[in-house]
Each structure stands twice: as C-alpha cells, then as structure tokens.
Design a protein around this ligand. Structure first.
Ligand SMILES: NCc1[nH]cc(CCC(=O)O)c1CC(=O)O
Length: 331
C-alpha cells in the first residue's frame, strides 16, 4: 500500500470541488490514494479588493507549500496563474477543459439582449467590464468580487441589488450551479479569459515519478489551447486581469483532399481581443494553425494586435491605458 499523495488546495468551495474531482480522477486512473491538505492563501485571508492584493495571491501560498514539500501537488484554476514559469515547479497535466465561456445570471431569466438600458450588471474582471461596455447596451457595469455563492446572492438572494452578473461558466459547473445560468455568452461577444475553464496540475519538477504519474490526467487538445491563449497573453505582457481575452479550440480540420484517406488533421483556432475598459477601443483578431505550433500562433496573434495599437489600450506606451498596477488580478 502506498501512502496517500498530498494534494494542496484552497478551502473555497470552488477549489475544494476541483481538487476533489482531480483527486478522484487520479485515484481512478492509477489506484493511488490522495488526501486533500488545505492551504490558506493571502487572497482568502484578506477582504481587500483583489486588484490591491496583486497578481497571483491565490497561487503563491500553494506554490510555497509545494516548494517546501508540505504538499506533493496542487490544482490551480489555470487562468489565475501568472504567465511567468515558477522555478522548480512543473505543470504535469492539463486535464480536459470545461466549457470556457462566460455566463450571465440575470433576474427574471433574462438574456443580455433582454436587459433594459440602465440595468446594473456586476462583474469583477476588467476584461468583462470592457466587453460589456463594448456591446453598447447602455448597461451600468459595477465591479463585484467574492466567491461564487456570494456573487449569485447579489442577483438571486432576498437582498439582491443587481440585475445580473457575469461569471465563468466553468466555476458554476464545478459547483453544480449551471441551472442558475440564464445565458451562456457567445465568445464572439464575450471572449473568455486566457485559460478560463482549464486546470493546471502542478508538482515539483524534480519529483519525476509524480510528474510521470500525473501525466495520465493530461489532455493534449486542452493543453494546446491553453498554450496558445497564454502565449498571446504573455506576449502582450498583460497580467491575468488586463482587458485581454483569448479563446482557442482544437478540432479536426478540413480534410486536405489528397490520397491519405482517414487521416485526421488537427487544427487550432485562436481568437484574441484587447479592449479598453470603457469599451470604445476594441481590437479582435483570429488565426488558425496546427496545435503543435500553439505557442507561435499565440505570439503571432499578439504581435498583430500590438501592430494595431494594443499597447496604447494596455497603457504600455505611457498613454492613457489602464496599466497592470492599477488593475491587478480581478479575474
Ligand atoms: N479568480 C476567479 C476565478 N478563477 C477561476 C474561476 C472559475 C473558472 C475557471 O476555472 O476558469 C473563477 C471565477 C470566475 O471567473 O467567475
């Protein structure tokens, strides 16, 4: 009998749900028992707005515990990870990704188009705020934070003070709350955050047996999509809260016609966007290629966005953009 693997997790309902699901999947695939070890993060201890706490607050305590050896592996919401690699750590698996789209939960079962002008919509991420403004629906957008339950109560509870909220469908799915969704938003209108809906399973790079064991959870198309989206984000040098959106899918491409019948050719489609917080400047582009080139495709699309002026929207050129300091992690 092998001793249980220690899976470090935050204590939030969402973190516990996704860690529990990965623990079960790993045990089912390998027979190895897994125990959950709760790790408190600065983000959980503080009620300050996330953008004051800075990028990666939910992640660093888990990474410290990994490095210190008090846990063996950790499961992160991939979109919360800084784009810079963590020294000595390795992302051993990207499991099959959940639906990455954003979702609307509105009073009265409304869709976005059914919200009257002036309706108050709560959301945390600058990316969502920017895209809601860009729709031109005269919505009043107000920043909110808190866990999924807290946010839902702002619309559904007896003291509801908002007409609607926008949040990640994946978070609701992991908590079994998709019934509350009144519209799953089309990525052409509301492009998700890079890596939204994906998980990263991380361990120490030198823990080679575990690196190998965790690889059973890896799903190549999900990994390729995330690699493309995050390469775009990294090339734009934007943090996880910047008004940058990206969404990639890997699918079977059009058959190339020639003799090789039955040859399945995989294709990756990547769409990226940079939008000013008030929605008035809105750059969106798409590209396709082969999944093996995911990182290059992300970089190339980011370069095209930069050529069109993405820097001035992001404030990297000293102009009036938001700047990452003012808006830290709000995803
Ligand atoms: N920091 C917020 C966060 N991080 C991960 C998720 C859930 C979705 C996902 O796993 O991508 C959420 C909630 C949200 O954006 O509504």
């Amino acid at each position: 009998m092998s001793s249980p693997l220690r899976l470090g997790t935050r204590g939030s309902a969402l973190a516990m749900a996704q860690s529990g699901q990965i623990a079960e999947a790993l045990t089912a695939a390998t027979g190895r028992p897994v125990e959950l070890v709760e790790v408190l993060t600065a983000g959980d201890r503080s009620s300050a707005p996330v953008h004051r706490l800075g990028v990666g607050v939910f992640v660093s305590a888990l990474r410290d515990a990994l490095t210190a050896g008090t846990i063996d592996f950790a499961v992160h919401s991939y979109k919360d990870l800084p784009t810079a690699a963590a020294a000595g750590l390795h992302i051993a698996a990207v499991p099959p990704r959940q639906d990455p789209r954003d979702a609307l939960v509105a009073k009265g079962g409304r869709t976005l188009a059914e919200l009257p002008p002036g309706a108050v919509v709560g959301t945390g991420a600058l990316r969502r705020i920017a895209q809601l403004h860009a729709l031109g629906l005269q919505l009043e957008v107000t920043p909110i934070r808190g866990n999924v339950d807290t946010r839902l109560r702002r619309v559904l509870g007896p003291d509801a003070d908002l007409d609607a909220i926008v949040l990640a469908r994946a978070g609701l799915a992991r908590l079994g709350r998709t019934d509350e969704i009144t519209e799953t938003l089309d990525p052409m209108l509301m492009l998700p955050a890079p890596a939204q809906g994906a998980l990263a399973v991380e361990c120490r790079a030198d823990d080679t047996d575990l690196v190998e064991l965790l690889a059973v959870l890896d799903h190549a198309p999900s990994r390729a999509a995330v690699v493309a989206e995050r390469a775009l984000l990294a090339t734009l040098e934007a943090g996880c809260s910047a008004p940058v959106a990206a969404y990639a899918v890997v699918a079977e491409g059009e058959p190339t016609g020639s003799g090789a019948e039955g040859d399945v050719v995989q294709e990756i489609y990547l769409r990226g966007a940079v939008i000013s917080p008030d929605g008035t400047r809105d750059l969106r582009l798409s590209r396709t290629g082969t999944p093996a080139d995911a990182a290059e495709i992300g970089k190339a699309l980011a370069t095209e966005l930069l050529d069109l002026g993405a820097d001035s929207i992001l404030g990297h050129d000293g102009s009036t953009g938001p700047g990452t300091q003012q808006f830290g992690s709000t995803e």
